[in-house]
Design a protein around this ligand. Structure first.
Ligand code: ZN
Length: 241
């Protein structure tokens, strides 16, 4: 079975459409969504509608949580907070209900899904280097977990208690090893490559492919500026940071 893995779409409709057309070209019909559907970008409602239509196995991101509910925004930086305050009234009740229905951890075919990290997923910690991955490996029931939150594609492999990082574009999942895999961000890549990122997990072939595709970045940027969102949220899309 092949699954398309989408993470950190962040209201970027242009990137989401480009990714979905590539996924459809590949004939993949099973979807995983690792959270942060909204926040930062200019099209929260349209992105939510599309994600609900493709019916992914999905988990909740910190931006999804903050955009849906009357919760404090003190954990967010200024740009993120301003974007969340702009996003809240854009979301209709169906979108809000959907966001509120998402669990922090989910499972599909023995694979674990989480937005940030596994030990305490509501704390929204970042896994940016092998030591950060240790507590998540301890909390991982099986051998594979897909996660997002950092917007950087990278896989962590644990074998005999040792954790190493592996960079795609193709990760072969070895028997006897355990993996935490980040497939990067659809709508706001931060690895200095502005192309949209998504993953394809092949459960029989035991591999994860990280795919990058061009999308109309300029259009997404213009919409952010026109909406009156912070200009940094537009410029970072071109720079991939
Ligand atoms: Zn995010």
């Amino acid at each position: 079975m092949k699954y398309a893995i989408l993470s950190d779409i962040h209201s970027n409709l242009e990137a989401l459409r480009a990714v979905l057309s590539e996924i459809s070209r590949r004939g993949i019909t099973n979807f995983i969504c690792l959270g942060d559907i909204v926040g930062y970008g200019a099209d929260p409602r349209a992105c939510l509608e599309i994600v609900r239509e493709i019916q992914p196995r999905a988990v909740r991101g910190n931006h999804d949580y903050a955009a849906a509910g009357p919760v404090g925004l003190s954990g967010f930086n200024d740009n993120a907070r301003l974007a969340l305050l702009w996003t809240r009234p854009q979301i209709n009740s169906a979108g809000r209900d959907y966001l509120n229905s998402l669990p922090l951890i989910a499972e599909v075919s023995g694979v674990t899904l989480v937005h940030s990290s596994l030990k305490d997923p509501g704390r929204w910690e970042y896994i940016l280097a092998p030591p950060d991955a240790r507590s998540s490996f301890r909390s991982l029931p099986g051998s594979i977990c897909f996660f997002g939150h950092t917007h950087r594609p990278l896989a962590y492999r644990e074998e005999g208690g040792e954790i190493t990082a592996e960079n795609g574009p193709r990760i072969e999942l070895q028997e006897g090893s355990r993996y935490l895999v980040n497939v990067g961000s659809v709508g706001q890549p931060r690895d200095r490559d502005p192309r949209a990122a998504f993953g394809v997990y092949d459960s029989e072939g035991r591999s994860v492919e990280i795919i990058r595709i061009e999308y109309p970045v300029e259009k997404a940027r213009e919409k952010i500026l026109r909406a009156g969102l912070p200009s940094f949220l537009a410029s970072r899309l071109t720079e991939g940071r």
